[in-house]
Design a binder for this molecule. Structure first.
Ligand code: G16
Length: 545
C-alpha cells in the first residue's frame, strides 16, 4: 500500500473531532489535551516530511509550557534548533484541520508543493514534558513518524530547550555538542565551572540559589544537572513536582504576571535571597527577591537581557573586538529597560512581535544578538563571524593577557549559552556566572535601572481574531476605534503606554499598561480592558478593577 494511504488509514485511529479547528500559534498548537490526539499523529507525519525536505533531523516537543496542566500542545523544531519556519506553520494548520476524507490529498499537496522525495531517509527527535497527557500524546507523534517510515529517537522526559539542543547537535554532526542529556550537562557545567574560576568572593552564601521548578520538567532536570556542577552552584529546589500541580501558583509566568513570589518561596527564603522560577517546560526564567522590608522585587527578561548584554559589551571592549551587539525585545519590554539600553548602554535595540521565533530571527541579523521577552524567554546568538574572531583571539600568541582573558571569558560564555533557543537552565547558569564574575548581588543587579510600574490583564472575548495589530503589536488595527480609545486613555497618565493583542497560546486577549505609578498602571490596564470588552466582543463578567 502507498505510504500516504497507509497514513490516512492509520489516522482513523487518531480521529479528528469533526469541525474542530486549531491554529499553529505563538509557539505551536495549544489547547485542552483531550482535543490533541489527531494533531499529534499528523504532526508526526509533517515532521517526517519536513525532515525529508531539509535532509535533516527535525524535533517534536509535546508540551503546553506555561498553560494549565489540563492543556497540552506541540512545538516543531527546525534543523538548527530554531522554531519551524513560518511557511510550514501554515502546513501544520492545514494538516491539523483537514477532515479525514481529505487528509491524503492534503499530504500530497504538501509533498508536491515542496517537491519532497519520499524515498529520502527521515529522522525525528521527540520529547515530552511531565503533564499526565504527554506520554499518550507523544505516542501519537511516534505513530505518525513511523507510519511514514521516519527514524525515531524518543528522548522521553526532557525540557523543551534540551530537545532544541539535541536537534542542533545532530544536524551539526556534533560540532555544537553531543546529542545526549549527558552531553548537554557536561557542556554547560564545564563552561560554568571555567567561568566561575573568575568569580570574586564566591562564598557558599553567594553560591546559594532558590529554584522554583514550577512542578514541572525543569525540576527533574535541575536535579540531574546538580551533580555536574561540583557545588559551584548550590540550588535549593522547591515546587519540584513532588506534590504541587504544574504551573499552579508557581512558575515563571505566575511570578511575572502576578508580580508576586510563588507558593512555597517564603518557607525557604525570608528576605534578600536570590530566587528564580522556571516555567512548565523550562524555556523561561525570571529572578526575584524579597527585600528586608518584605517587598517583592522582580528581575524579568528585560533585566536579564540588560545584565547579559552589558557583560558581553564590556568583554568585547576589553578584548578590543569591534562586533555589533544588539538587544531584541517585544512591546512588553519595560520602557525603562529600553531607555537604559539605548541611552546609557548605547546598545541597538529592536522590537518584534511576541514569540521567540520573531525575536530569534531578528537577533540573527547582528554579530551578537541578545533577545529576551519580558516574560523571561530568551538567549544570546553569536554569528559565525563573532565566534571566529573570539576564537582567533584566544589562540593568538601576540595579544595582551587582558585581551586574551576577556576572549576566554567570551568563549566560555558562548559554550554556556544554548543558542538553539531560550533555555531556563542555561540562562540561570549564565546569570549566576555573570553575577559571580562581577561580584554582584541581586540587589545591585536590580538597581541598574528602575522598572516603570506595569500591569498585565486578560480579557475573554467571543473571537480573539477580531483584534488585529500592527507595529510589532503596539497598535490595534481592528476593531475600528479601539486604538483611538486606548490612545485617549493613555493620554490621561504620565509616562504611560498600553497595548492589547490576542494571545497565541490561550483563548484570550492580553492587555499591558505601564505608567509612572502603580496605581495609574493598574487603573489604565483596567480601563483598556473595559474598552476591549465593549469593543471587541467581551464575554462573561465585565473586567473588575
Ligand atoms: C510562548 C512563546 C513565547 C510567548 C508566550 C506567550 O511561551 O514561546 O514567545 O511570549 O508563549 O504568548 P502569547 O502571549 O501569544 O500567549 P511558552 O513558554 O508558553 O512556550
Amino acid at each position: 500500500m502507498d505510504q500516504l494511504e497507509k497514513a490516512s488509514q492509520k489516522s482513523m485511529l487518531h480521529p479528528k473531532p469533526k469541525g474542530l479547528m486549531l491554529q499553529y500559534g505563538t509557539a505551536g498548537f495549544r489547547t485542552t489535551a483531550k482535543h490533541l490526539d489527531h494533531v499529534m499523529f499528523r504532526m508526526g507525519l509533517l515532521a517526517t516530511l519536513r525532515s525529508r525536505k531539509t535532509k535533516s533531523t527535525i524535533g517534536v516537543m509535546v508540551t503546553a509550557s506555561h498553560n494549565p496542566e489540563e492543556d497540552n500542545g506541540l512545538k516543531l523544531i527546525d534543523p538548527m534548533g530554531e522554531m519551524v519556519t513560518p511557511s510550514w506553520e501554515g502546513y501544520a494548520t492545514q494538516l491539523a484541520n483537514a477532515e479525514q476524507e481529505v487528509l491524503c490529498s492534503a499530504l500530497k499537496d504538501i509533498i508536491e508543493k515542496e517537491t519532497i522525495n519520499m524515498s529520502e531517509t527521515a529522522s525525528v527527535f521527540v520529547g515530552r514534558d511531565t503533564r499526565p497527557s504527554s506520554q499518550r500524546l507523544s505516542q501519537a507523534v511516534l505513530d505518525g513518524v513511523s507510519c511514514l517510515g521516519g527514524q525515531i529517537q524518543d528522548y522521553g522526559l526532557v525540557t523543551t530547550p534540551q530537545l532544541h539542543y539535541m536537534v542542533r547537535c545532530r544536524n551539526t554532526h556534533g560540532c555544537y555538542g553531543t546529542d545526549t542529556l549527558q552531553g548537554y550537562y557536561q557542556k554547560l557545567s564545564q563552561a560554568f565551572i571555567e567561568l566561575t574560576k573568575n568569580a570574586r568572593n564566591h562564598t557558599d552564601d553567594q553560591k546559594r540559589l532558590l529554584v522554583d521548578g514550577a512542578n514541572g520538567i525543569g525540576a527533574l532536570k535541575v536535579r540531574e544537572l546538580e551533580a555536574c556542577l561540583q557545588s559551584e552552584l548550590q540550588m535549593v529546589l522547591f515546587n519540584d513536582g513532588s506534590n504541587g500541580k504544574l504551573n499552579y501558583l508557581c512558575g515563571a509566568d505566575y511570578v511575572k504576571v502576578q508580580q508576586k513570589p510563588p507558593q512555597g518561596q517564603l518557607e525557604y527564603s525570608p528576605w534578600c535571597e536570590r530566587c528564580c522560577s522556571f516555567d512548565g517546560d523550562a524555556d523561561r526564567i525570571v529572578y526575584y527577591y524579597n527585600d528586608s522590608d518584605g517587598s517583592f522585587h522582580l528581575l524579568d527578561g528585560d533585566k536579564i537581557a540588560t545584565l547579559i548584554s552589558t557583560y558581553l559589551k564590556e568583554l568585547l571592549t576589553q578584548a578590543g573586538l569591534n562586533l555589533q551587539i544588539a538587544v531584541v525585545q517585544t512591546a512588553y519590554a519595560n520602557g525603562s529597560s529600553t531607555q537604559y539600553l539605548e541611552d546609557i548602554m548605547k546598545v541597538t535595540v529592536s522590537c518584534t512581535k511576541t514569540g521567540v521565533k520573531h525575536l530569534h530571527h531578528a537577533a540573527q541579523k547582528f554579530d551578537i544578538g541578545v533577545y529576551f521577552e519580558a516574560n523571561g524567554h530568551g538567549t544570546a546568538l553569536f554569528s559565525e563571524k563573532a565566534e571566529k574572531e573570539i576564537q582567533q583571539l584566544v589562540k593568538d600568541p601576540n595579544v595582551s593577557d587582558e585581551k586574551k582573558h576577556a576572549a576566554k571569558l567570551l568563549e566560555n560564555t558562548i559554550n554556556l549559552i544554548n543558542q538553539a533557543t531560550g533555555d531556563a537552565i542555561s540562562d540561570m547558569l549564565v546569570i549566576e556566572a555573570v553575577l559571580a564574575i562581577r561580584g554582584m548581588t541581586v540587589q545591585e543587579w536590580d538597581s541598574i535601572y528602575t522598572d516603570l510600574p506595569n500591569r498585565q490583564l486578560t480579557v475573554k472575548v467571543a473571537d480573539r481574531r477580531m483584534i488585529d495589530t500592527a507595529d510589532a503589536e503596539r497598535r490595534a488595527v481592528t476593531p475600528a476605534g479601539l486604538q483611538d480609545s486606548i490612545d485617549a486613555l493613555v493620554k490621561k497618565y504620565t509616562k504611560a503606554r498600553a497595548f492589547v493583542r490576542p494571545s497565541g497560546t490561550e483563548d484570550l486577549v492580553r492587555v499591558y499598561a505601564e505608567a509612572e505609578t502603580q496605581e495609574s498602571a493598574d487603573v489604565l490596564a483596567h480601563e483598556v480592558s473595559l474598552a476591549v470588552y465593549h469593543m471587541a466582543g467581551g464575554v462573561g463578567e465585565k473586567p473588575k478593577p
